[in-house]
Design a protein around this ligand. Structure first.
Ligand SMILES: *Cc1c(COP(=O)(O)O)cnc(C)c1O
Length: 436
């Protein structure tokens, strides 16, 4: 059997037997077999090379197959790939926790390692509930968030994800009922309007006694709409939480580790959360790992009340391979000129996506740090667009009305230029197609 026959054979099996994210079996939508990946390039089984514009959903910030990260995995593998974390501990977990506590805002002093972003959100929400329960206020069990958010796919994470953006409406009757304030309209870089603060404050005041916490993605709303809102709004939310004695959970799973130009997006507002979730880029895209950090105060209260334990403990908690890789990824990031790299990518995205601004079928083009978004007026036809992007030599995965880029920080100007011109070309072609 020739190589390409073999590859079509397993790809055909995939079509009939494998679920992909937000997919159906035998959907007829294209799925491209990848053979290997190195730097900013994915090599498909048919030999084509694609420039990666997604960092595998925010995670592969150093690109693929990095010698330093490979070495970290190999070195840890020779010691142990996993041991249970109940009653045992190990240096990769301790060293990584120490690093995360140093890098994140000062009040965050304890770390819970979870095995995915969604689980770290579940953990954050359970921490907030147990915090109030331990103080004899079990009625404080609901959450306030803003619309257009995304916090993951497990049930409680879904319950604080935008209820109307289509992804989860089927589960509406089953999900815990949470409270939603309007998404702020004030844009990143601008001061926050009175109206935005007012809308949030009045929602908060109307449901305050039921609330365990406010949960938000700081500054950048990811999969719920790729919106960039005013850092000033976040400051206002922090002071409202302080005034009402509420916990603030910040979900930095997408924004963490430099993507917005600051190490964590809450730094744009100069505020600290009471509970913070990180994930995605934590291991540089190598292994699944997330973490929930909280304050000494929240930790102490949870431990002091009934049942005196935090009720969560994944089988693969603090997986040593993942922790060692995360530590290497963070070192690599901090040793690199990542701030300059993100600024350079920001200018490249601005310049490269600028042609899209003039297109009548484009509603908005926005760039923040190493994130570029082209928002269309109509949803893209994935069947056609995905193939066109691959034919143009780039890996970009649009959803709904959004074509967006978040390349690895190591991308050079030539590859970035090729990436943005491929996107501008394909987006431009959509106008011609719809005019026919
Ligand atoms: C991706 C994401 C999650 C969920 O993380 P998973 O690892 O996919 O479970 C949660 N919150 C935000 C902001 C995310 O971008």
């Amino acid at each position: 059997m020739s190589y390409s026959e073999k590859s079509t054979d397993w790809a055909a099996f995939d079509r009939r037997h494998l679920w992909h994210p937000y997919s159906a079996i035998d959907s007829g939508l294209p799925v491209f077999p990848v053979e290997s990946a190195r730097g900013v390039r994915l090599t498909l089984a048919d030999g084509r090379e694609l420039i990666d514009g997604m960092s595998s959903w925010w995670s592969a910030i150093h690109g693929y197959n990095h010698p330093r990260l490979n070495l970290a995995v190999r070195t840890q593998l020779e010691k142990m790939s996993h041991v249970m974390f109940g009653g045992l501990t190990h240096q990769p977990a301790v060293d990584l926790a120490r690093r995360l506590i140093e890098l994140t805002p000062e009040p965050l002093q304890t770390v819970f390692f979870a095995d995915s972003g969604s689980v770290s959100v579940e953990v954050a929400m359970k921490m907030a509930i147990q915090y109030w329960h331990a103080q004899g206020e079990p009625g404080r069990s609901r959450f306030l968030t803003i619309r257009s958010g995304y916090h993951g796919d497990t049930f409680n994470a879904m319950s604080v994800t935008d209820p109307d953006n289509g992804m989860h409406s089927i589960f509406a009757g089953i999900l815990a009922k949470q409270h939603f304030a309007p998404a702020p309209q004030s844009r990143f870089g601008a001061l926050c309007s009175e109206a935005d603060v007012e809308a949030f404050a009045s929602k908060l005041e109307s449901v305050e006694t039921e609330l365990a916490a406010v949960i938000l993605e700081p500054v950048v709303q990811g999969a719920g709409g790729m919106r960039f809102y005013s850092a000033d709004f976040l400051r206002a939310v922090r002071s409202l939480c302080d005034r009402h004695g509420l916990l603030l959970i910040l979900d930095e799973i997408a924004t963490g580790f430099g993507r917005t130009g600051r190490l964590f997006a809450c730094e744009h507002a100069g505020i600290a959360p009471d509970i913070m979730c990180v994930g995605k880029a934590l291991t540089g895209g190598y292994l699944t790992l997330a973490a929930t950090l909280t304050t000494a105060e929240v930790s102490k209260v949870i431990g002091s009340g009934d049942p005196g334990l935090f009720m969560h403990g994944p089988t693969f908690m603090a997986n040593p391979l993942a922790c060692a890789t995360a530590l290497a990824s963070i070192e690599l990031l901090l040793e690199s000129p990542w701030e300059a790299a993100v600024r350079r990518i920001e200018s490249g995205l601005e310049a490269g996506l600028a042609p899209c601004r003039a297109m009548a079928h484009v509603a908005d083009v926005r760039v923040l740090g190493a994130i570029g978004v082209v928002e269309l007026r109509q949803p893209v036809d994935m069947r056609e667009i995905q193939v066109q992007l691959v034919d143009a030599g780039v890996w970009v995965r649009p959803f709904g009305r959004l074509v967006y880029l978040m390349p690895p920080y190591i991308i050079d100007d030539t590859d970035l230029g090729q990436l943005t011109s491929a996107v501008a070309g394909v987006v431009g072609g959509m106008a011609r197609a719809s005019a026919r």
